[in-house]
Design a protein around this ligand. Structure first.
Ligand code: PRE
Length: 288
């Protein structure tokens, strides 16, 4: 039986990502925050943790990016990103209210508001918006509310778990709305799908701010024929206006051209490899 931590309580989209990744013989352990998922994997309470990383409509989950920076920038922990999952995200409005006109408060996770902008713009009345630690926490709160004037934006699964009627479904702006999740662990996942490429996730800071340093850093990948597919940045928290850059490249850290590109990147940058893992097949078809 493998123990896996996830952002709880039960019914989150992260819980669905976990179920997609670990099909049997799994003990799912809900945590109150993404940061407790990192801690659980670091202190061996669990073998794996699943955390949200980015959404196709609303972008990066900055909490996760900041945790990666905080755990990896100074000291490399024993765990890494060992896999990814993609979940097709279809949001519902759940409530015990008789109609939308009775709803005074809507609860959801902060990542969600930007995914359902159109639905909320057309909402028939004014309401207060309250952020929760997850979409299922929102459902838990609405289920406990005896006034029947609150609603949550959560998954269809939450309607079953928390016994809340679905007032509206598929309220996401984009029908292809998808969230990407990361699997963290001290040990690799079984590598069973050789037809998909490897992805390597790298974090770096610049050693100096001379003209061309950042450009040269990125050119390390081009020089060695490595496909750089994503770049994001966060404040480094070391020095004012210094950034930590997160990049993703196609290829395994064991590939010769990846190793060469990383050694040329190291000339002007402090570099940390955050993970090197097989691309998940759902990247191509998230609802498969
Ligand atoms: O609250 C949840 O259900 C989560 O799993 C978190 C989360 C996120 O952080 O992006 C995951 C998917 C959705 O994009 C909305 C929320």
């Amino acid at each position: 039986m493998v123990k896996v931590a996830y952002l709880g309580p039960p019914g989150t989209y992260t819980h669905q990502a976990l179920a997609q990744q670990f099909k049997s013989d799994v003990e799912s352990i809900p945590k109150e925050s993404i940061s407790s998922c990192f801690e659980a994997v670091n202190n061996d309470e669990v073998e794996y943790a699943v955390v949200p990383f980015e959404n196709s409509t609303n972008g990066l989950v900055v909490y996760t990016l900041d945790l990666l920076r905080d755990w990896f920038l100074d000291s490399e922990p024993l765990f890494r990103i060992v896999g990814e999952q993609f979940v097709a995200i279809h949001h519902c409005l759940l409530s015990n209210a008789g109609s939308l006109n009775d709803i005074e408060t809507i609860y959801s996770h902060p990542q969600v508001w930007g995914q359902v902008g159109q639905f909320l713009k057309e909402f028939p009345r004014t309401y207060s918006r309250i952020d929760t630690s997850s979409t299922s926490k929102a459902a838990e709160l609405v289920a406990e509310d005896k006034t029947n004037t609150s609603a949550c934006i959560s998954s269809q699964l939450c309607s079953l778990i928390y016994k809340l009627p679905v007032l509206n479904q598929n309220i996401e702006d984009n029908s292809k709305n998808t969230t990407r999740f990361l699997v963290l662990s001290k040990r690799a996942l079984e590598d069973d799908n050789e037809k998909f490429p490897y992805i390597t996730s790298v974090m770096f800071t610049l050693k100096n701010d001379d003209p061309g340093t950042l450009c040269g850093a990125l050119d390390s990948f081009r020089q060695h024929g490595v496909n750089l597919t994503a770049i994001s940045l966060r404040p480094s928290h070391i020095k004012q206006w210094q950034y930590v850059f997160f990049v993703e490249i196609i290829g395994s850290e064991r590939d010769e051209n990846v190793q060469q590109s990383l050694s040329s990147l190291r000339q002007d940058c402090n570099v940390v490899i955050v993970g090197s893992f097989r691309r998940c097949g759902r990247y191509y078809e998230p609802s498969e």
